[in-house]
Ligand binder design. Structure first.
Ligand code: NZQ
Ligand code: ZN
Length: 386
């Protein structure tokens, strides 16, 4: 196992009815920005619960944070935070709202020229942010228990991430009944996003880390078992709860501590969203099978372990087992309604050069757990998925 530090101070408040506890969790001596997305919180009653839980609090609402939150929108909120002297930001919605709030919280205290620089310049670190809390209404990103944020800048068609302890939520409320109002597409997206988060921290090479491996496998198996139940019956509380907790555990630092991490699927997937606005999880379902194929040798041991422990594939030569493992993973994505080929999204081969040029332009030589997925190999991955 590799050396690691694991720091996660997020207070998780889990379960039905927990939004009632908001009054004890947010400060009442400062102005609070209540940030939300396109309006789902008005339809499913979450907004009413928030208002009821915060009587007499000074709330300033900021709505309209879009999926794949836009820098252009978030900067409007930054201005309001500064002029109104907001002291706490409450994100109510999916990962996009929460990621957007993390950016707003950091940007409001950023002393440099333009906050966009902490996404483009890896040597810059965010050390200060307005404190934030969240009510997450879509199990998927794990944003509720991590310091990551992904922001899209429309003017340059860039989708970039930053990570900072300063933007870890003070608390996150996870009420599984919020899953009840999710459209089928968003449940499927959430299952696949969480699944791939685990894969990015697991499907690398062995470092003798049985705790991390078995935690990771338990999350994968839970997603495979519970995801279809949630799709079939949205108001099945127990399945919603298991799905929600699985998504949080998939990216809160626990399974990634002390092990190599890949993230090539996400890095390439973000370009698909930046150029074609494809839902995040769908980009992952497209890219991952290609990466498994192109990196089948360097990932061989973990591919075999994954196949055996998650899909029960035990028979055949190593090559046959790896083929079956990739096929089984693709079949799972397709079974929840997510196509894995670029053609299903009307994207042709022209796109491959566009993506590769961008990686070259950024000076990226290689990505993945060994930094050896080169630009020509990225082209190979995408060609396999045409
Ligand atoms: O905007 P509203 O009206 O709220 O509707 C949203 C949105 O249209 C809707 N929704 C959310 N909760 C709902 C609901 N509809 C009905 N009932 C509910 N309970 O779902 C739509 C999608 O929401 P979004 O927040 O965009 O989805 P998700 O949570 O999947 O977030 C995706 C974003 O997170 C980033 C992605 O890149 C993408 O930008 N990621 C963030 C990560 C992190 N912070 O660690 C890691 C991930 O890898 C990911 O990259
Ligand atoms: Zn993701």
């Amino acid at each position: 196992m590799q050396n690691f530090e694991f720091y996660n101070p997020v207070n998780i408040v889990f379960g039905q009815g927990q939004i009632r506890k908001l009054g004890k969790l947010v400060p009442n001596d400062t102005k609070i920005m209540l940030a939300y997305g396109g309006g789902s919180i008005f339809k499913n009653g979450v907004y009413d619960q928030v208002k009821a839980a915060l009587p007499g609090y000074h709330l300033i609402e900021f709505g309209g944070i879009e999926p794949n939150p836009h820098y252009e929108t978030l900067m409007k909120a930054v201005e309001i935070v500064k002029t109104e002297k907001i002291g706490f930001i409450l994100a109510v919605g999916g990962g996009s709202v929460l990621d957007g709030v993390k950016f707003i919280a950091a940007a409001a205290l950023w002393v440099g020229e333009d906050p966009w620089e902490f996404l483009t310049n890896r040597s810059l670190t965010v050390t200060r942010a307005i404190p934030i809390g969240s009510i997450i209404t879509l199990p998927a990103t794990g944003s509720e228990m991590n310091g990551n944020s992904v922001v899209t800048r429309l003017s340059t068609q860039e989708k970039l991430a930053f990570n900072a302890d300063a933007v870890l939520p003070v608390f996150s409320i996870l009420d599984p009944t919020t899953v009840f109002s999710l459209p089928e597409k968003q449940v499927a997206n959430g299952v696949v996003d969480a699944f791939v988060h685990v894969i990015e921290q697991y499907l690398t090479y062995p470092v003798n880390s049985p705790i991390q491996d078995r935690f990771a496998e338990s999350i994968l198996v839970t997603l495979v078992e519970e995801g279809p139940k949630v799709l079939a019956n949205r108001t099945d509380y127990d399945s919603a709860a298991n799905f929600m907790w699985a998504a949080t555990m998939a990216l809160n630092g626990l399974i990634g501590a002390g092990v190599p991490q890949d993230w090539a699927t996400h890095t390439i997937g973000h370009e698909l969203t930046a150029f074609y606005n494809i839902d995040h999880a769908r980009t992952l379902a497209i890219v991952l099978p290609g990466i498994m194929q192109v990196k089948r040798e360097s990932k061989q041991e973990k591919l075999l372990q994954f196949g055996e422990r998650v899909w029960g594939i035990k028979a055949g030569t190593s090559d046959e087992r790896i083929d079956a493992t990739i096929a089984r993973t693709v079949a799972f994505f397709e079974s929840v309604g997510i196509p894995t080929k670029l053609s299903a999204y009307n994207i042709g081969s022209d796109f491959i050069k566009v993506v590769c040029d961008r990686f070259i332009q950024r000076g990226i030589k290689g990505i993945g757990e060994r930094g050896d997925l080169t630009v020509p190999q990225i082209a190979e991955v995408l060609t396999l998925q045409l």
